[in-house]
Write a protein that binds this ligand. Structure first.
Ligand SMILES: C[S@@+](CC[C@H](N)C(=O)[O-])C[C@H]1O[C@@H](n2cnc3c(N)ncnc32)[C@H](O)[C@@H]1O
Length: 385
């Protein structure tokens, strides 16, 4: 057992102390904590520790509000007060950006609610034990969490339904759940590479972020936190007040397309998932938006419109491929709004964009606490030229 004091934080959300000149990273610790830990992994220059006991809590530590926190891998920051979580996440974002040479002030947007915000979740099941829940911390085993502190009521209702469902396939390992703000739920089970719908449980829900009814599917992409999504939409529209010709890359089923279509003259949306693109078309038609064109297929293979003043991109965690960055730089767009769920790839892409002579220059950065209690963040970067 090693005893040390946590001196600072290190991405992604670990406490950092020192033992015999080696850096020791310990999850679930706060600055000032005096802890006992065991070694989980030891390398030449650092150790990954497992927290065994907080001997003396640091001033930043709070009483953990969830009894499953030690085992469940869903949250990583519940031992910090909410304001300290925000400060830590902001600092981590600033560090990641600085590492790529991006020095820009970050405006941190707090979540309207720290708990019960999660409307989309990936549940896991163990077909040997029958356990159903989330993955355990750093493990492929299932942690059963009878009452999760961050799940929205709709997902809790789904869990109740699944608990009595005789139709959950025996070999289920991953079940995607989605709940609307109104409390409706949907589910899709991953069987091999395909999704399977469960009898009696819908595949889609209707969400409304204030710009018309939006059909979202449990098997497709949907934003996790509707309250934060509404704030992001409101900021996005502010940045796009005077836009006319807009292209939205990675549009999904239309979360940002419906609001953008209310202010753009023409909106072209690119989405590789054909089912999501089809939902996007239905969502636009349902809301009478005739100025939206949805192009399905990988955006790398598609041409951007010649007339274009604003680009909005919301790529997966892997970020933008160099070919997309080139396409954007060659386009006539004078503004780029980059929405990202991964600070590391965002920082990389901002650095790549900066390297072009006629590239975009960073104008503002907002970080949204879409996933309170975890180290994850959603970021909106606005670039101009
Ligand atoms: C982070 S999600 C954003 C979706 C949408 N903006 C929303 O908020 O609901 C990324 C989306 O990009 C799509 N996607 C991934 N790779 C793509 C590609 N190469 N070309 C076009 N779309 C892609 C995914 O299917 C997914 O719907």
């Amino acid at each position: 057992m090693i005893s040390l004091v946590i001196e600072k934080y290190a991405p992604p959300g670990n406490g950092l102390g020192f033992y015999q000149d080696k850096a020791v990273f310990v999850p679930q610790t706060a600055v000032g904590d005096e802890v006992l830990l065991t070694i989980e992994k030891e390398k030449k220059r650092y150790i990954i520790g497992r927290l065994e006991e907080v001997v003396k809590p640091g001033s930043k530590r709070r009483k953990v509000p969830c009894p499953y926190y030690v085992v469940c891998g869903g949250c990583d920051l519940l031992h910090l007060s909410y304001s300290d979580q925000l400060a830590l996440k902001k600092e981590m974002l600033v560090q990641v950006l600085a590492g790529a040479g991006i020095l820009e002030a970050v405006n941190m947007v707090a979540a309207p609610s720290e708990f019960y915000y999660r409307h989309r979740a990936l549940f896991r099941s163990d077909h040997e034990t029958g356990d159903f829940g989330f993955l355990r911390r750093r493990s492929h085993q299932v942690a059963v969490v009878p009452d999760c502190l961050v799940l929205a009521q709709g997902l809790k209702n789904l869990l109740k339904e699944l608990a009595v469902s005789p139709d959950l396939p025996k070999k289920t390992t991953a079940c995607y759940g989605l709940a609307s703000s109104g409390g409706d739920f949907a589910a899709a089970v991953k069987v091999g590479r395909n999704f399977q719908v469960l009898p009696g449980i819908p595949e889609t829900v209707m969400e409304n972020y204030g710009f018309g009814d939006l059909e979202l599917a449990a098997s497709g992409f949907a934003q996790v936190n509707p309250a934060i999504t509404r704030l992001m939409i409101s900021d996005l529209l502010q940045y796009c007040v005077d836009v006319r010709e807009v292209s939205e890359l990675y549009g999904g089923s239309g979360t940002f397309s419906l609001p953008l279509a209310t202010i753009a003259r023409n909106l072209t949306v690119y989405e590789s998932d054909h089912a999501a693109a089809a939902r996007g078309r239905r969502n636009a038609a349902r809301n009478g938006l005739e100025n939206v064109r949805i192009v399905s297929g990988r955006v790398e293979k598609k041409a951007l419109p010649k007339a274009l003043d604003t680009l909005v991109v919301d790529p997966p965690r892997s970020g933008l491929q160099p070919v997309i960055i080139e396409k954007m730089v060659k386009s006539r767009a004078s503004q780029l709004v980059y929405i990202s769920c991964n600070p590391a790839t965002l920082a990389r892409d901002l650095a790549r964009l900066k390297a072009f002579d006629n590239g975009f220059t960073l104008d503002s950065l907002n970080a949204y606490d879409m996933y309170a209690g975890t180290t994850h963040l959603e970021v909106m970067a606005v670039l101009k030229r």
